[in-house]
Design a protein around this ligand. Structure first.
Ligand SMILES: CC(C)(COP(=O)(O)OP(=O)(O)OC[C@H]1O[C@@H](n2cnc3c(N)ncnc32)[C@H](O)[C@@H]1OP(=O)(O)O)[C@@H](O)C(=O)NCCC(=O)NCCS
Length: 160
C-alpha cells in the first residue's frame, strides 16, 4: 500500500532511509526539510503494517510564480528492493505532485533509474541550479512548458 506519511511514521522512515543508503545523511535531510517546513509531502510504502519504502517531495524556489518540487530522498528497505516498490512510490509521488499543483519536478539520481518515469537531463538543461550540467540532474515537466527557457531554481537550505 502506498499512502501519505504521518508524523508517527517518522522513526520508521528514518530507519528505512538509513538502511537503504547505508548511512544517516539522507534521513537527516528528511528531518531537516521537515524542521524547516520545506516539505511538500511524503509517501510511504506499507506492508503488513510496516513502513518499507519512502519518498519525499520538497518545494523549490524558481523565478516563476509557480510551484516546483524536488524528489529526494527515495528509499526502499534493502530486503524489499527489486520488487517494484520504488517505481510505485515515484509514480504515486508524481501524481501527488500534480495534485499539489507542481509544474515540474527535479531529481538528482541515476539516469538509468529515473529515465523510466520520464525524467531527463535534457529537460533540465536550462535550469540554473547547483547541480546543473550533471548527468544525474534531471527534470520532468508536469505542465507542458514547465522547463522551457532559462530559469533559476533554488533548493531548500537542507540540501546545502
Ligand atoms: C533506488 C531504489 C529506491 C529503487 O527501489 P526498488 O524498489 O528496488 O525499485 P523497483 O523495484 O521499482 O525497480 C527496480 C529496478 O531499478 C533498478 N535500480 C535500482 N536501483 C538503481 C540505481 N541506483 N540505479 C539504476 N537502476 C537502479 C534495478 O536494477 C531494477 O531494474 P529493472 O527493472 O530493469 O530490473 C532502491 O534501490 C534504494 O532504496 N536504493 C538505495 C537508495 C537510493 O539509491 N535511492 C535513490 C537515490 S536517487
Amino acid at each position: 500500500m502506498i499512502r501519505y506519511a504521518r508524523p508517527s511514521d517518522h522513526p520508521a522512515i528514518a530507519a528505512v532511509v538509513t538502511a537503504a543508503f547505508g548511512r544517516p545523511d539522507e534521513a537527516a535531510l528528511a528531518t531537516r526539510l521537515r524542521a524547516d517546513e520545506d516539505t511538500l509531502f511524503e509517501m510511504v510504502a506499507e506492508e503488513d503494517g510496516e513502513v518499507v519504502g519512502h519518498v519525499l517531495f520538497s518545494r523549490l524556489w524558481v523565478d516563476r510564480f509557480e510551484l516546483y518540487g524536488a524528489l529526494a530522498p527515495l528509499a526502499v528497505r534493502p530486503d524489499r528492493q527489486g520488487q517494484g516498490l520504488g517505481g510505485k512510490l515515484v509514480r504515486a509521488g508524481l501524481e501527488g505532485a500534480r495534485e499539489f499543483g507542481c509544474h515540474g519536478v527535479l531529481v538528482l539520481g541515476d539516469p538509468a533509474y529515473y529515465d523510466r518515469f520520464g525524467f531527463s537531463a535534457e529537460a533540465a538543461r536550462d535550469v540554473n541550479a547547483p547541480y546543473r550540467g550533471l548527468a544525474a540532474f534531471q527534470a520532468l515537466a508536469l505542465e507542458e512548458d514547465a522547463f522551457q527557457g532559462p530559469m533559476m531554481a533554488a533548493y531548500p537550505d537542507a540540501f546545502g
